[in-house]
Design a protein around this ligand. Structure first.
Ligand SMILES: [Zn+2]
Ligand SMILES: [Zn+2]
Length: 109
């Protein structure tokens, strides 16, 4: 299996509502728990409306672990569990670099 460029160096809480991710390529993400919960790919969550209201517990992160460097396991306050691929977590990064700064337009525009 080829080495993946997307690897997590460290996870840490940023305030009470966001997860900080230090990536092996020196990128840093701050991802709100809400975004992670809404990205949950499980059958229950993908069947539910993306606009549904989430309870406070549902956005409360109890535990987060990197599994084998390939995926991230999250346990929520409402006992729900989410497993995201590391790449999927990286896709949730909304920093200027990942979203595309106006100074550096995406090619084709
Ligand atoms: Zn889910
Ligand atoms: Zn980013």
């Amino acid at each position: 299996m080829p080495e993946r460029s997307t690897q997590i160096e460290k996870l840490h809480a940023v305030g009470r509502y966001a997860l900080g991710v230090d990536w092996a390529d020196r990128h840093e993400s701050i991802i709100p728990y809400r975004s992670i919960r809404r990205a949950c790919p499980c059958v229950t969550c993908s069947a539910a409306s993306p606009d549904r209201a989430l309870s406070l517990e549902a956005e409360q992160l109890l535990d987060v672990q990197v599994l084998g460097g390939q995926s991230v396991f999250v346990r929520w306050g409402d006992a729900h569990e989410t497993v995201l691929l590391v790449d999927e977590l990286r896709d949730l990064c909304r920093c200027a670099r990942c979203v595309g700064e106006p100074d550096y337009p995406i090619s084709g525009r």
